[in-house]
Design a protein around this ligand. Structure first.
Ligand code: STX
Length: 321
């Protein structure tokens, strides 16, 4: 991964674990300027966790940069890869409540919310629930969990672009169950036997890892197919998607009415095969006041060079507001 368009690597000046209830502990960290403009980074998946390089989208002289791992993944516990993982208390509503608890515990009145992919869905849901807590929104690779979006990526749409990789995604699922892949994977990912859930999780995560960059990226594929990370990622994603994020169809785009006064930037890669541009376009049409930045030579991932530049441009423009 070439991250040259971003700020240099930095270390956190503070970190901790927030007891959010239901036995869950959410790992958080803060880097940059302690007196700077607060921003919270919402990672993707859901279930992908944060990485050190996610700090680098923000000018460390100007921003107080908050990263956290959403329930069940990254350094948060209990980890969704654990044998008896219980995801009953891992829902969109819980993640929104965790954001509010974290914000108040850090003594932050309002913060910028920066999220890509699932992070864009969570950012929209959070802002629509708590518009007064949000100074700006920076959204990338727009994903709103509508039926057509989930069917595109998990029920055969994107197979038109990647018929070779799609065969590997189908492989763990018997032919008779392939008409409902989300449900078929759900059963296997919940199976307590690692001989069942690990290969399913690796196939699930490899499908996504292989299709999110414009060209295949060996580092992304290796990181996401590592078994422990893959099991947490696949279980959490699949759990959210069989439940459609607990959103009604079109909820996040209709909900723009509640947030259209908030300054926002929408960044979208033209060749995003995971969350295709139709959703970003629908959001742009519903929210013309938000700046729309389409990157002509990029896929889905935040690490794509054109996406890095567009996102850094957006955080730089808001840094002094
Ligand atoms: N998942 C979309 C999403 O949020 C369907 C996502 N896709 N890839 C990622 O997140 C990572 C690059 C963060 C793994």
């Amino acid at each position: 991964m070439n991250l040259d368009a971003l700020y240099p690597p930095i270390e956190p000046y503070d970190d901790g674990v927030l007891l959010v209830g239901d036995g869950h502990r959410v790992a958080w960290e803060v880097s940059g300027n302690p007196d700077g403009k607060p921003v919270v980074f919402l990672h993707g998946g859901p279930g992908a966790g944060t990485s050190e390089w996610h700090r680098r989208f923000f000018d460390p002289e100007k921003y107080r940069i908050v990263l956290f791992d959403q329930r069940g993944c990254g350094r948060s516990t209990p980890h969704a890869s654990a044998p008896g993982a219980d995801l009953r208390f891992v829902t969109t509503a819980h993640l929104i409540a965790d954001l509010e608890l974290l914000r108040r515990n850090l003594g932050i009145a309002k913060w910028q919310v920066f999220g890509g992919s699932w992070g864009s869905a969570l950012a929209l849901a959070y802002a629509q629930a708590h518009p007064d807590a949000v100074t700006e929104l920076i959204l990338r690779g727009i994903f709103t969990l509508r039926r057509a979006e989930l069917e595109w990526f998990y029920e055969g749409g994107a197979a038109a672009l990647f018929p070779d990789l799609w065969e590997d995604f189908l492989a763990p699922i018997p032919v008779l169950e392939r008409n409902r892949m989300l449900e078929a994977y759900h059963r296997r990912l919940a199976d307590p036997d690692p001989a069942v859930h690990v290969p399913a999780a690796v196939a699930w995560s490899t499908w996504e890892a292989s299709t999110i960059t414009l060209r295949p990226d060996a580092e992304t594929i290796a990181r996401m197919s590592e078994p422990e990370a893959a099991v947490a990622f696949a279980r959490i994603e699949n759990h959210f998607f069989v439940n459609r994020g607990w959103f009604s169809e079109g909820q996040l785009i209709a909900g723009v009415e509640a947030i259209r006064h908030i300054p926002a930037v929408i960044v979208q890669g033209r060749y995003d095969a995971c969350t295709p541009m139709m959703t970003a376009w629908d959001l742009h049409r519903a929210w013309p006041e938000a700046e729309f930045v389409m990157v002509e030579d990029a896929g889905h991932a935040a690490s794509e060079p054109g996406i890095q530049r567009a996102l850094r441009g957006a955080t730089d423009r808001f840094a002094d507001d």
